[in-house]
Ligand binder design. Structure first.
Ligand SMILES: Nc1ncnc2c1ncn2[C@@H]1O[C@H](COP(=O)(O)OP(=O)(O)OP(=O)(O)O)[C@@H](O)[C@H]1O
Ligand SMILES: [Mg+2]
Length: 358
C-alpha cells in the first residue's frame, strides 16, 4: 500500500450507554477510494466525523499525513466533508452554492467559473444552475451538496451517504461518475454507505463495520470471496450458510459428511459454519452423480424458480428443511417447481465462517 494519508489508532467513542466506536484502527492510502459499510447505527458517521475533526474521540488518535489531528480545527485541515444531513444556502442559486467555498478562498473569477461548470457537469446540474434550492427535488439538492464538497478538491474528501436520496438509475450513474472523478483528480475519498452494492461498485477497499467495530477491511473481490465471518458473509451479497462442526482438519456437516477445509483456528468440536455463494451451488437431476470436486451432495426439492433475464434463480429445500439459493446463467436449465434434484457443493467454493467477534 502506498503512503497512508489517514491513520486511525484505537479510536473509541461513547454516547452515554451507547458505544459508537469500540476500538477502531485503520489506514487509508493516498488516492484510495475507501468505503465504510455497515448497518444503521454501527458507527459510520461517528467515525467519519472524527476523521474530519468535527467530533473528538474518548480514546485513540487520528493522524493525517502522520500528524495528530487532535489539536487542529476542521478548517485548518486538508479535508472536506459532505454531511448526511446537509444544508444549502436557500437564497443562493445552485451555481453560487457550489462556488461559495472557492470564493471564500479568493480564487480568480475565471478559475471559479471553470471549476464550478466542470463539477455541475459531473453531477448533471448544468441546466439547473440558476435555480434556488427551494426549486429543486431532494435528489437534485443532494447533488448540489455533493458538487459543493467536490469543487474544493481537498486532499481527503469525506462523503456521508452522498447518493442516498437518488433513485436507482441516477445513483448507478453517479457511482460511476464519482469513481471517474476521484480517479481523474487523484483525491482520497472516504465514503459512508449502508448499501453493499454501492460500496462494491465504487470502492478500492471496504471496511465492514458492526457495533462500533471493524470486522474486515478488504477489496470488494476479497470480501466477496473470503469473508472473515458470518456477518460479513451475509452482509455482502447472498451467501448460503450451513451450520457444521469443526474437525481436526476441516468441517463436518451432519448428516452428509466431512471435508478438509482451512478452518481458521476453530477448535475441533466447535461450531463452524460453512458458506457458499448461490452461483457456486450446482443443481443436478435426482439420479445424476455429483461431479469431481464435490464436497457435499444431498437430495432436495425445487421450491421456486425465477427467470430474471440474464440469470435463473432457484430456491431448493433439503430433507432437513434447509433452504439453498442457486443461481445459474440464462443458458442453464430451469427446473420445474416441486421436482426432485441433487444439490452439489464444490469444495473449492466453500468458505469457513467463524462466528466472529462482534
Ligand atoms: N450525538 C449523539 N448522542 C447520542 N448518541 C449518538 C449520537 N451520535 C450517534 N449516536 C449513537 O451512536 C451510534 C452510532 O451512530 P452513527 O451515527 O455513527 O451510526 P451510522 O452507522 O452512521 O448509522 P446510519 O447508517 O443510520 O447513519 C448509534 O447508536 C447512535 O444512536
Ligand atoms: Mg450515519
Amino acid at each position: 500500500m502506498s503512503h497512508a494519508v489517514i491513520a486511525i489508532e484505537g479510536a473509541r467513542k461513547r454516547f452515554g450507554e451507547t458505544i459508537a466506536l469500540d476500538g477502531v484502527s485503520l489506514e487509508i492510502a493516498e488516492g484510495e477510494f475507501f468505503a465504510l459499510l455497515g448497518p444503521s447505527g454501527c458507527g459510520k458517521t461517528t467515525l467519519l466525523r472524527a476523521i474530519g475533526g468535527f467530533a473528538g474521540l474518548d480514546q485513540g488518535r487520528i493522524l493525517l499525513d502522520g500528524a495528530d489531528l487532535g489539536r487542529s480545527r476542521p478548517y485548518e485541515r486538508p479535508v472536506n466533508m459532505m454531511f448526511q444531513s446537509y444544508a444549502l444556502f436557500p437564497h443562493m442559486r445552485v451555481r453560487d452554492n457550489v462556488a461559495y467555498g472557492l470564493r471564500a478562498e479568493r480564487l480568480p473569477r475565471d478559475e471559479i467559473d471553470a471549476r464550478v461548470d466542470e463539477v455541475l457537469g459531473v453531477v448533471g446540474l448544468h441546466d439547473l444552475a440558476d435555480r434556488r434550492p427551494g426549486q429543486l427535488s431532494g435528489g437534485q439538492r443532494q447533488r448540489v451538496a455533493l458538487a459543493r464538497a467536490i469543487v474544493k478538491r481537498p486532499r481527503v474528501l469525506l462523503l456521508d451517504e452522498p447518493l442516498a436520496a437518488l433513485d436507482r438509475q441516477l445513483r448507478q450513474e453517479m457511482q460511476i461518475e464519482l469513481k471517474r472523478l476521484q480517479h481523474e483528480v487523484g483525491l482520497t475519498f472516504v465514503v459512508v454507505t449502508h448499501d453493499q452494492e454501492e460500496a462494491m461498485t465504487m470502492a478500492d477497499r471496504i471496511a465492514v463495520m458492526r457495533s462500533g467495530r471493524i470486522l474486515q477491511v478488504a477489496t470488494p473481490r476479497d470480501l466477496y470471496r473470503h469473508p472473515a465471518d458470518r456477518f460479513v458473509a451475509s452482509f455482502i451479497g447472498t451467501m448460503n450458510i450451513l451450520d457444521g462442526v469443526a474437525t481436526a482438519d476441516g468441517v463436518r456437516l451432519d448428516p452428509v459428511g466431512e471435508v478438509r477445509l482451512e478452518a481458521f483456528g476453530a477448535a475441533p468440536g466447535a461450531p463452524l459454519a460453512v458458506g457458499i455463494r448461490p452461483d457456486d451451488v450446482i443443481l443436478l437431476d435426482a439420479d445424476a452423480p455429483p461431479p469431481p470436486g464435490t464436497a457435499f451432495a444431498f437430495p432436495a426439492q425445487v421450491e421456486t424458480t425465477v427467470f430474471a433475464g440474464s440469470q435463473i434463480h432457484t430456491l431448493v429445500r433439503d430433507t432437513q428443511g434447509r433452504a439453498f439459493a442457486a443461481t445459474a446463467g440464462a443458458g442453464g436449465e430451469q427446473r420445474r417447481e416441486g421436482s426432485a434434484c441433487v444439490v452439489a457443493l464444490p469444495l473449492a467454493a466453500l468458505v469457513a465462517l467463524p462466528e466472529g467477534s462482534a
